[in-house]
Design a binder for this molecule. Structure first.
Ligand code: ZN
Length: 478
């Protein structure tokens, strides 16, 4: 039988506001434990939450960028459960009437473009953090309430995703959008962008849905992909052996590469949602939406299309460059200074990206500015340095912070284009390799590359390869 996976994702994204969602406490990461707290976010009796308007602005930006319909009224609700990191005994969230619904994100996979529906986007507050420690005096658990009340949006997708690759692509696209909007830093490892998945299996072509398992604890793109691959094959295995999938929550265990059952349907929480009595309904009038619309930036998909059109880049180049806003900004600064768009793209995706990766740096921290990079590319164009030397020069710009001109001057790296000078080197190389000359004349054409290589080496890479080629050919008489 032909089985297919049906996947829906729930993403929690931490919003980059300075203060929390219902009080004025700072959201700054890395503060002393329990430093960023007040009676409101500690859930003291008698306090009242006040909604942070910026949080709504950020959620609206996201809703508009993902093509959602925005509810004129949405309602906050209490989600009741007990846990030591939740001092109030409930989380303020949205339930029946979320802020936004019915949007979509387009993704590109091997088979072409796919549209993944967004069921809803709602606002909620984060819980605190438990820290478990075992030391000489025994085992202790601590609770840090700094994160309590930090604003989140939950973005729930439709069960439109059919494979781990699509899930991964959807998450990347969503994260790119949030970063372009500057509403979330998208850091999965640090937990500011978290994902749970609902996975079920059905016969291909069937309309109904199989019993689903919820998979949690996937805190990197790689983990999501691996966890989904495992869970899909687990469920297919159960069905193919005539078994039944049970509704449950499962945890991804990266070290063992498996999902394990955390709780079944019987143990599922009943959150007893009810409207939050301390907050009035959130009313969004059309003028508010218009104001937000005016501030929306060009989004990754639009920018990619423009890069293809404006800079004649292949789609792969355009996709890679525009996936990261800062990288795309860097590229555009470069092409303003130097208009060979494909050469700039090659350098950024090649040397620049490789070096950033090896040093674990982001493009914002790149010591080679667009001015420096394009300054060097102009020297290659003018023939001052060879393309080969350019890679060394690039490394030296990176290390020293000097311009390409300064480095070329200091180290005497100027390309030799003087035919007489090159001819001398060629003569020496030919004199040193009589056996190869004979073989070449006997028809072994490949040896041309050998001679050119030897001349380049003898010139320490400084000879102009075009002129070297010409002279070698002329001298060998073929
Ligand atoms: Zn507070």
């Amino acid at each position: 039988m032909q089985l297919e996976a049906v996947i829906g994702l729930e993403v929690h994204a931490q919003l980059l506001t300075d203060s929390k969602i219902f009080c004025g406490c700072s959201t700054r990461f890395g503060a002393e434990p329990n430093h960023n707290t007040c009676p409101v976010c500690l859930g003291m009796p008698g306090v009242l939450p006040v909604l942070n308007k910026k949080v709504v602005d950020y959620a609206l930006r996201t809703a508009l960028a993902t093509n959602c319909q925005i509810a004129p009224y949405s309602i906050f609700a209490r989600k009741n459960y007990f846990y030591p990191d939740l001092p109030k005994g409930y989380q303020i969230s949205q339930y029946e009437k979320p802020l936004a619904e019915k949007g979509w994100v387009d993704i590109e996979v091997e088979e072409g473009e796919r549209r993944i529906g967004i069921t809803r986007i709602h606002l909620e507050e984060d819980a605190g953090k438990l820290i478990h420690e075992e030391g000489a005096r025994g085992a202790f658990s601590y609770v840090d309430f700094n994160r309590t009340g930090v604003p989140l949006i939950e973005i729930v997708s439709e069960p439109d995703i059919r494979s781990p690759e699509e899930a991964s692509e959807y998450l990347r696209s969503l994260r790119d959008i949030l970063r372009y909007l500057e509403v979330c830093d998208g850091n999965m490892e640090e937990g500011s962008f978290r994902c749970d998945a609902n996975v079920s299996i059905r016969q291909r072509g069937e309309k109904g849905m199989g019993v689903k398992a919820e998979v949690k604890n996937m805190n990197s793109f790689r983990f999501v992909q691996r966890a989904l691959e495992y869970e899909i094959s687990r469920q297919k295995g159960v069905l193919e052996e005539g078994g039944k999938i049970i509704q449950e929550t499962r945890l991804w265990e990266e070290s063992r590469g498996v999902t394990i059952s955390m709780r079944g349907k019987e143990e599922a929480h009943d959150y007893r949602y009810f409207p939050e009595p301390d907050l009035i309904p959130l009313k969004i009038d059309p003028s508010w939406i218009e104001r937000i619309k005016e501030t929306l930036p060009e989004l990754p998909g639009e920018r990619k299309e423009r890069f293809i059109r404006e800079y004649q880049l292949p789609p792969d180049d355009a996709g890679l460059l525009t996936g990261n806003k800062a990288l795309a900004d860097y590229y555009e600064k470069c092409v303003k200074l130097y208009n060979k768009t494909k050469i700039v793209s090659n350098w950024i995706m090649g040397e620049v990206s490789a070096k950033l990766k090896s040093k674990e740096l982001e493009i914002e921290q790149c010591p080679v500015t667009p001015e420096m990079l394009t300054g060097m590319l102009k020297l290659v164009d003018k023939g001052t340095i060879s393309g080969k030397i350019a890679k060394d020069v690039f490394n030296q710009i990176w290390e020293s912070g000097k311009s390409a001109e300064e480095i070329v001057e200091e180290k005497g790296l100027v390309q030799v284009s003087d035919a007489a000078e090159i001819e001398q080197i060629v003569d020496k190389v030919l004199a040193d390799n009589p056996a190869e000359i004979e073989q070449y004349r006997a028809g072994k054409d490949k040896l041309l590359g050998f001679f050119v290589g030897q001349v380049m080496k003898a010139s320490e890479g400084k000879a102009n390869p075009r002129i070297v080629n010409e002279i070698v050919r002329k001298k060998l008489g073929r």
